[in-house]
Design a protein around this ligand. Structure first.
Ligand code: ADP
Length: 270
């Protein structure tokens, strides 16, 4: 819920004094709000798996004499623990990204390698779902940046494309290069995203249809991490989607050959 501070000011208008209600919308105040929301969201997201873990531990204790039950509860316990670990590491990653000013990277990163690595990391999940991942790369693009962060960003897009594809679907990863920019597009033919949700998918913890998304075991932080990483590199990320047809997420980054290494890579919105 948005809070708004009202200030009562006394202003002088000609010879008369009038009362003015002024809205406090300073940047500091806005950031404060964002931080409060973030903490509230984290607490909320962590509460459910933590509650599950303690319930399952209790159930495990009570079922001690029944091996089949024990195995079932233990396996669910381990799933919830993995989920907790996943959310925690994403939260840490995201706060690190947000705390960082725009990167002034001087390390050359090969986009070919980033894409190949990100796709490789998703091979097993794709195979399990019989999703074909086709890669078409215009080779040779290089950007200044943080290789590991970039891999995470592309990985998140590919992982989503697979997660929100149907069994046997097709995911395309394409890299295009022009004079100043490299574009990395990840396209799927999956469930797509409704127009009203499209603007919000990059928000922290936002998940379309909580119940449905929960099946994928995500946290709603993946795209937020993509957005902050790309912005810290002076680029942007956009999405096009048609419900029932599929989605395309596109990262754009300034090519190394068109920026000088010492130039700031553009300020990111926090
Ligand atoms: P999550 O961990 O839930 O996947 P993300 O931040 O990566 O979190 O994505 C936020 C939400 O955006 C997802 O829960 C999902 O509803 C939607 N979304 C992301 N990528 C896709 C996609 N390729 N197709 C359809 N919906 C998507």
């Amino acid at each position: 819920e948005a809070t708004m501070r009202l200030h009562v000011l006394v202003a002088r208008l000609g010879t008369r004094f009038v009362l003015v209600l002024a809205e406090d919308r300073t940047e500091a105040h806005r950031l404060d709000e964002v931080r409060r929301d973030f903490v509230a969201n984290i607490s909320h997201e962590l509460k459910t798996p933590i509650a599950s873990v303690s319930l399952l531990a209790e159930a495990l204790e009570m079922a001690a004499d029944e091996p089949v039950q024990v195995r079932r509860f233990a396996s669910r316990l381990s799933t919830e623990a993995t989920r907790l670990a996943h959310i925690t590491s994403e939260v840490i990653e995201l706060s690190r990204l947000q705390a960082r000013d725009a990167l002034r990277p001087d390390v050359l990163v090969s986009i070919d390698e980033v894409v190949a690595e990100a796709v490789d990391q998703n091979r097993i999940v794709a195979a399990a779902k019989r999703v074909e991942v086709a890669v078409r790369v215009a080779p040779g693009a290089r950007v200044y940046g943080d290789r590991a962060l970039m891999i995470v960003a592309v990985h998140n897009l590919v992982a989503n494309a697979i997660a929100y594809s149907n069994e046997g679907g097709r995911v395309g990863v394409g890299v295009k290069v022009d004079d100043h920019t490299v574009e990395i597009a990840v396209t799927d033919q999956g469930i797509g995203i409704e127009g009203e949700d499209l603007d919000r998918v990059f928000e922290r913890f936002f998940r379309v249809d909580q119940a449905r998304s929960r099946n994928t075991g995500g946290s709603g932080l993946g795209l937020s991490i993509v957005k902050h990483t790309v912005q810290n590199h002076g680029g942007d990320v956009r999405v096009w989607s048609q419900p029932g047809r599929g989605s395309t997420f596109m990262i754009r980054l300034p090519l190394a050959d068109s920026v000088s290494p010492s130039a700031p890579a553009g300020g990111g919105e926090r």
